[in-house]
Design a protein around this ligand. Structure first.
Ligand code: HEC
Ligand code: HEC
Ligand code: HEC
Ligand code: HEC
Ligand code: HEC
Ligand code: HEC
Ligand code: HEC
Length: 302
């Protein structure tokens, strides 16, 4: 059946092919002589031609026309190391380890429609490669179940989200409402006394921004960018003081008198600092904001 790297189908097969074509919605005619433009599989690979999503080059990967639900007639008995050789060992292409039998934990989690190959993780486990057999220029990476809202959502199809949760420095109380002293030490050198300690006498493990940025990456148009991490003007400072008094809150600046993350955000869990203290305000609020309501307007209608 194979000659010169492409398939020559006897004319008698053609009506059958047309039927299959309709059934699976795939252009099996591409198996005809013109599909590979006479090039051998090796020549295609060497030329850098992309065989995916073209509706051509079928014989690059298939020995013969595959049929849905039957043998896919893959070359090299479907061995991905050879089928996907253009991508293997290419630097910058590595996304995930393959070839291993999944652990018990993963075996239980891997969804039914993520097929293993001989019991092992393979390229087709994550890539619905059959999609690229159709001539459709979309979703080039053909991830199973795509699109996903966040890239990591795909990973959690098999990995346990719980194992990758970020430590939460604001989870400072146990289920009975008692302080977990260890969490204070994410930021304080020792556990402060919630009733009496004040900001000016406390010691911190690091500068405020560094402390927060261990876990939070602030990007884009966030208020914590360049506009605000500055020393307020005299006018700005008096406004900050007015706001603190008006709302009975604190809007602390850093040691150099600059605004910083904790000027706007309260890092404590609600219940750690007694409610009668100004420093307690904002702990339970949306986004931990110390200022209630439209905070931008509060500070800026000067
Ligand atoms: C880059 C390699 C490659 C090329 C090129 C390719 N295929 Fe495939 N094809 C595969 C692989 C791998 C599978 C098996 C996927 C699986 O098992 O999940 C497959 C599966 C199929 C299936 C079975 C689909 C199903 O849903 O079960 C059909 C039909 C098919 N291919 C037709 C074609 C046709 C027609 C062409 C040419 C237009 C083509 N393929 C080109 C690699 C390729
Ligand atoms: C555990 C799942 C998983 C396995 C197994 C896997 N991949 Fe991927 N692959 C991904 C993800 C996730 C992406 C990135 C998709 C994105 O960027 O949106 C990707 C992207 C790619 C890309 C595009 C890379 C780029 O730079 O754009 C190629 C090519 C690729 N994979 C080939 C392979 C090959 C070949 C194998 C088998 C050796 C394989 N993958 C195995 C998950 C997997
Ligand atoms: C189809 C299921 C599947 C998907 C989807 C998947 N993985 Fe995996 N991953 C595995 C298996 C299986 C192992 C091997 C270890 C095991 O069996 O527990 C593994 C191992 C790993 C490892 C090696 C360290 C470890 O945890 O064992 C890393 C890192 C990893 N995966 C990251 C990712 C990332 C990042 C994504 C998303 C882009 C992803 N995985 C998506 C199945 C998957
Ligand atoms: C994520 C970092 C972080 C964690 C975790 C943290 N704090 Fe703080 N704490 C700060 C910062 C920054 C200040 C200074 C600004 C302020 O007063 O709110 C502060 C100030 C304080 C103050 C002084 C409040 C005032 O009147 O100015 C007390 C009391 C306090 N923390 C108690 C605690 C206790 C108790 C814990 C553990 C349950 C804790 N903190 C956990 C960052 C943290
Ligand atoms: C050890 C990691 C860690 C540190 C350190 C940390 N945080 Fe957080 N922070 C978290 C986690 C986890 C959440 C909860 C995120 C979520 O629920 O999506 C969170 C939530 C927040 C939120 C609310 C975000 C939202 O979407 O609700 C703000 C604001 C915040 N932190 C500010 C700070 C500030 C300011 C500091 C420094 C004083 C700080 N954090 C230090 C881990 C940390
Ligand atoms: C705690 C008070 C406070 C809050 C809340 C606040 N700002 Fe500011 N903002 C300042 C101070 C102080 C400056 C530095 C300039 C100054 O000292 O007048 C500044 C600077 C700016 C600047 C740079 C231009 C300038 O006037 O120097 C912009 C833009 C800005 N703020 C917008 C906002 C927005 C938008 C919000 C709401 C997300 C916001 N601010 C919330 C106090 C605040
Ligand atoms: C001038 C006040 C102000 C300062 C200073 C500030 N923030 Fe915010 N922060 C906000 C406001 C307002 C929002 C909600 C809207 C937005 O993204 O601007 C927010 C949202 C957040 C969120 C939740 C949303 C997100 O983007 O993840 C986190 C976490 C956060 N801030 C952390 C920080 C950290 C860490 C710093 C210091 C590097 C910081 N903030 C400095 C006002 C501030």
């Amino acid at each position: 059946m194979i000659s010169g790297g492409y398939l020559k189908l006897p004319l008698t097969v053609m009506p059958f092919m047309a039927a299959v074509n309709i059934l699976v919605g795939i252009n099996l005619w591409a198996f005809s002589e013109k599909s590979d433009l006479g090039k051998s599989a090796t020549a295609i690979a060497a030329s850098g031609t992309n065989p995916h999503y073209t509706g051509r080059y079928c014989s690059h990967c298939h020995e013969a026309a595959p049929h849905k639900g039957m043998d896919n007639n893959l070359k090299y008995s479907g061995n991905y190391k050879r089928l996907c050789r253009c991508h293997i060992g290419v630097s910058g292409n590595y996304i995930h380890p393959v070839g291993m039998a999944p652990s018990e934990d993963k075996t239980a989690r891997i969804p039914q429609d993520f097929p293993l190959q001989n019991g092992r993780l393979a390229c087709i486990t994550c890539h619905d490669i059959a999609r690229q057999c159709r001539k459709r220029l979309m979703d080039k990476v053909s991830l199973r179940g795509a699109p996903y809202p966040r890239r990591s959502d795909f990973c959690f199809k098999c990995h346990n989200r719980q194992n990758y949760m970020m430590l939460n420095a604001h989870d400072q109380l146990d289920t009975t409402g008692r302080i977990i002293a260890a969490t204070c030490r994410y930021c304080h050198t020792e556990k402060p006394d919630p009733r009496t300690s004040t900001y000016d006498v406390l010691n911190f493990v690091e500068g405020f921004e560094t402390m927060c940025q261990k876990c939070h990456i602030i990007r884009g148009n966030h208020s914590g960018n360049f506009n605000h991490m500055v020393k307020p003007s005299i006018k700005g400072l008096s406004k900050i003081k007015m706001m603190a008094e008006k709302f009975g809150i604190i809007l602390p600046l850093d040691g150099d008198g600059r605004m910083t993350c904790i000027t706007c955000h309260n890092p404590h869990a609600k219940g750690v600092i007694p409610e009668n203290r100004a420093a307690a305000r904002g702990a339970g609020s949306n986004l931990r904001h110390r200022l209630p309501g439209k905070m931008c307007v509060e500070c800026h209608q000067m």
